[in-house]
Ligand binder design. Structure first.
Ligand SMILES: [Zn+2]
Length: 302
């Protein structure tokens, strides 16, 4: 098997994927696509079938399936932004959407091409014999859903490695509650998000919490894996709780970083702290700062 066969995603990206992991009998691969999208493929080798979680286009996903020797028969849709339902549109254009089982939020049914299985919060969908619980997570987009299964959550654009999605539809409280629900999953749960944004997110996290040893450790690990051309995900819920600023509205240094800038009036109000952090990040203050790697290493050595 040559390198081209092992890494079909090289069609659109030179980044090597991380090792696949197992959810019961399914093998889970991450396929980098478009600029920074991450498509999760759930592969049942015995059936010769795969399910994709979202996708910006059909070509990359079909190439990955072909290289793995399986057919794409199922799509789990988290939300309806173009870089998540581009897969559906592409399959339909090519006449390939018929016969594909398309799972997605009933709240956004009209925007999901080929939807066959509309779902609501608390539903459990069976994918190749494995149950996936639907968790509605409004905030990024109303009707956004995540899929929770044994040891993994496929969370679209709600939570990212070290960060969270833009709050487009909001309100802020809905996004905050969605993130808290995700944070309440078992600590070992793998966080399978839809974009490779971790470095940018950790730069912002470091701006707010430069005394956080877990964050320093994560910076060192993520910088190493990205320098080697790898993917920074999946993380775990435990790791996110310890380092993701949007899950840490009670962390003293983080609160002080925001209140010292006059960004939060009541530091004891968790929603106000979350909102201040989200709005501050939108301004991109971390993009002008020095790379945090040296400071992170210094903290770890102290
Ligand atoms: Zn989105």
């Amino acid at each position: 098997m040559g390198p081209g066969r092992r890494r079909p995603w090289a069609v659109t990206s030179s980044r090597p994927p991380p090792e696949p992991f197992a959810v019961r009998h399914l093998v889970v691969h991450v396929v980098p696509a478009a600029t920074d999208n991450l498509v999760w493929l759930l592969v049942d080798h015995a059936r010769g079938e795969a399910a994709a979680v979202d996708g910006p286009d059909a070509r990359t996903v079909l190439a990955a399936c072909a290289a793995l020797g399986v057919r794409l028969t199922t799509i789990l849709t988290t939300h309806t932004h173009g870089d998540h339902v581009g897969l559906h549109h592409g399959l339909r254009s090519d006449g390939l959407l018929g016969g594909v089982r398309v799972i997605g939020s009933a709240a956004t049914a009209s925007d999901i091409p080929g939807l066959t299985d509309p779902v609501v919060d608390g539903d459990v969908v069976d994918v190749f014999g494995v149950p996936f619980r639907v968790m509605r997570t409004d905030g990024h987009l109303t009707g956004h859903v995540c899929y929770v299964t044994d040891g993994a959550v496929f969370c679209g654009d709600t939570m990212f490695g070290g960060g969270c999605g833009y709050v487009f539809d909001g309100p802020m409280d809905a996004m905050f509650q969605s993130l808290l629900r995700l944070a309440g999953l078992p600590g070992a749960t793998r966080v399978c998000c839809a974009h490779e944004y971790t470095e940018d997110n950790l730069r912002f996290a470091w701006l707010l919490e430069p005394d956080n040893h877990a964050l320093a450790d994560r910076v060192a690990r993520v910088w190493a894996v990205r320098a080697a051309g790898g993917c920074s995900v999946p993380s775990t819920i435990e790791e996110e709780r310890a380092t993701n600023p949007f899950l840490r509205p009670g962390a003293p240094r983080l609160v002080r970083s925001l209140s010292d800038r006059g960004l939060v009036a009541d530091p004891t109000d968790a929603l106000a702290v979350f909102t201040a952090a989200r709005l501050f990040k939108n301004q991109g203050p971390h993009k002008k700062l020095a790379d945090p790697l040296d400071a992170a290493r210094a903290l770890l050595a102290s």
